[in-house]
Design a binder for this molecule. Structure first.
Ligand SMILES: NC(=O)c1ccc[n+]([C@@H]2O[C@H](COP(=O)([O-])OP(=O)(O)OC[C@H]3O[C@@H](n4cnc5c(N)ncnc54)[C@H](OP(=O)(O)O)[C@@H]3O)[C@@H](O)[C@H]2O)c1
Length: 158
């Protein structure tokens, strides 16, 4: 990681990129990198959705000036029909995926939903005319485990 990061720092220093970041880094990986980095990561992209909100990591990223980028905001599709989100979906007249993407934005994340369907891609971006209340955000925070958890980067061969 240290060698690869040094290459990214070089690209950043000569202006070839406007921001550099990491993905699937847990606190231990960020702390190891911090020993040699001359520029701190600006972004950490992770599996983040109500099923696994990785609160400790998210707080650490925020405290260290990193944007939390949320991949799999719909749990790789496992959360798109989540019954626990239907009442919010009806209240705001938005689909379950739109509620989940709004949750991600309201948590201060940058959500990265993926779809192969034009209608879904457009709908997933149509989330800027409402916001969830703190109580609603907390109710979604409590859905831990409904769609699985992040992969441990220390024990997985990506
Ligand atoms: N850094 C990493 O290690 C890492 C790992 C995983 C993913 N990512 C990134 O994160 C992006 C998104 O993650 P993801 O693909 O795992 O999961 P996701 O965005 O949570 O879910 C994608 C799934 O949800 C479906 N979907 C999307 N919008 C929908 C809607 N409005 N209504 C109903 N179904 C909907 C898609 O189906 P259809 O395609 O059939 O519409 C697809 O099956 C990826 O493109 C990738 O770039 C990064």
């Amino acid at each position: 990681n240290a060698d690869t990061w040094r290459a990214l720092e070089d690209e950043y220093k000569i202006g070839k990129t406007t921001a550099i970041g990491v993905s699937n880094f847990q606190i231990e990986h960020l702390e190891a990198l911090a020993k040699t980095q001359t520029i701190a990561p600006m972004v950490n992209q992770n599996f983040l959705n109500p099923s696994d909100n990785q609160q400790e990591l998210v707080d650490y990223d925020k405290d260290h000036g990193m944007l939390n980028e949320a991949y799999s905001p719909l749990g790789t599709g496992k959360l798109v029909d989540l019954p626990q989100v239907v009442s919010l979906s009806e209240k705001y007249n938005k689909s379950v995926p739109q509620i989940l993407i709004r949750w991600s934005l309201d948590k201060g994340f940058l959500p990265l939903p993926k779809s192969t369907h034009e209608t879904y891609i457009k709908a997933n971006a149509d989330v800027f005319d409402f916001a969830l209340t703190s109580a609603e955000i907390e109710s979604l925070d409590s859905l831990t485990g409904v769609g699985g958890f992040h992969t441990d980067a220390s024990s997985t061969d990506f």
